[in-house]
Design a protein around this ligand. Structure first.
Ligand code: AQP
Length: 344
């Protein structure tokens, strides 16, 4: 196996829509914070996006967009490997091997499968949607990742990854590192602005549901000023579902400013919901403006991004292929030999 000095991290985002402030707070912001603490691998999980129908041209464009957003958010390609999942074929090969070890019952239990399948007609739900967690397990286990920085919604998928690693290790000998989920203290589950009882999601169609990372300031302002609140007046963190809208705005504010709950509640004491919304607009715009400037520069340069992705895939392949070779050997797959006639 490839020599490993620092512990590894692996995480990714699907290029299945416009990245939201939820993706930023649950994933990207943490990735940036961890890139010096771990040997990091961040991929654009394009194969995961195929679990629901995608337009080919849009998928290609979104894959580059998401990669550029990683860099614009502060991922430094000299410190972390940034790549596209489908550029490293080991992901699909390990996914198949793990699929053969996965009881169907584990997959039917996944809440994300149940939620996404419920939105489609039963007969058209793709098998990929069901086996998605196995591909995610392969993504993580190939890199022997010790930690996986994700939002709260991915907790269950991390558990199945650990279960699969344990099952493999038990059957074939110690092979995989058991990964831990790294869930941020604040911002692990940002809720929809138009409906604070559902998770903010990039594939939700409604216009006022999410702030996208590439939204211009006037759009950000409009979306936040229209965010659903309640008829109360108190600006306090709360677990009461009736107050979920205000709690969500406070959570966004806290995750972006890093201020304590007490300091934030004191700051808004005696103020109205309009004041809170204005403050959230300001901090979101201040965070996203420099990110958007860096993004535009990266897209203008074009070739730079492609080079980073090529280098990232080469580094990722080295690590992933080493793990896969061990797996192939352990489960008894016959090694492929090069024909004598083609050796010169
Ligand atoms: N609302 C959220 N709050 C905090 N973290 C979130 N994440 C997603 N939504 C929130 C985190 O972002 C990372 C990438 O997510 P993904 O692309 O794998 O897709 P997802 O988890 O299914 O999130 P989306 O944005 O809702 O995607 P669609 O709509 O395409 O299904 C993960 O770390 C996730 O936890």
């Amino acid at each position: 196996m490839a020599e490993q000095t620092r512990k590894r991290v692996l995480s990714g985002v699907q290029p299945s829509g416009n990245l939201t402030i939820g993706n930023y707070l649950g994933a990207l912001q943490q990735w940036v914070a961890e890139q010096d603490n771990y040997d990091c691998f961040f991929c654009v999980v394009d194969l995961h996006a195929l679990t629901v129908p995608q337009d080919p041209a849009t998928l290609r464009a979104k894959t580059r967009e998401v990669a550029a957003l990683y860099l614009a958010a502060g991922i430094d390609p000299s410190r972390a490997s940034v790549f596209v999942q489908s550029h490293v074929p080991a992901h699909t090969e390990l996914a198949w091997i793990l699929t053969c070890l996965t009881p169907l019952g584990w997959l039917y239990r996944m809440t994300q499968f149940k939620d996404k399948a419920a939105k489609q007609k039963q007969e058209s739900v793709g098998a990929g949607l069901l086996s998605y967690p196995v591909l995610m397990a392969a993504d993580i286990l190939l890199y022997q990742a010790a930690a996986v920085p994700v939002g709260d919604d991915q907790r269950q998928h991390l558990e199945i990854t650990r279960d699969l690693a344990q099952r493999f290790n038990h059957l074939y000998g110690e092979t995989f590192v058991l990964p831990e989920a790294l869930i941020p203290k604040e911002g692990a589950r940002i809720m929809g602005l138009d409906n604070p009882l559902v998770k903010m999601s990039k594939s939700e169609a409604s216009e006022y549901h999410a702030v996208y990372l590439l939204d211009p300031p006037d759009k950000i302002r409009k979306k936040i000023m229209r965010a659903q609140t309640d008829s109360g007046r108190e600006i306090r963190f709360s677990t009461d579902p009736q107050r979920a809208g205000v709690n969500n705005l406070l959570t966004i504010y806290q995750a972006l400013t890093g201020a304590s709950r007490e300091a934030i509640e004191a700051q808004f004491d005696g103020k109205g919901y309009g004041d809170l919304k204005k403050a959230v607009v300001e901090v979101v715009v201040d965070t996203l403006t420099p990110l958007q400037e860096r993004y535009q520069a990266l897209i203008r340069e074009g070739g730079y991004l492609d080079e980073i992705l090529a280098q990232g895939a080469a580094r990722a392949s080295e690590v992933a292929n080493a793990t896969l070779a061990t797996v192939r050997e352990r489960i008894g797959l016959l090694p492929a030999l090069t024909p004598v006639s083609s050796k010169s």
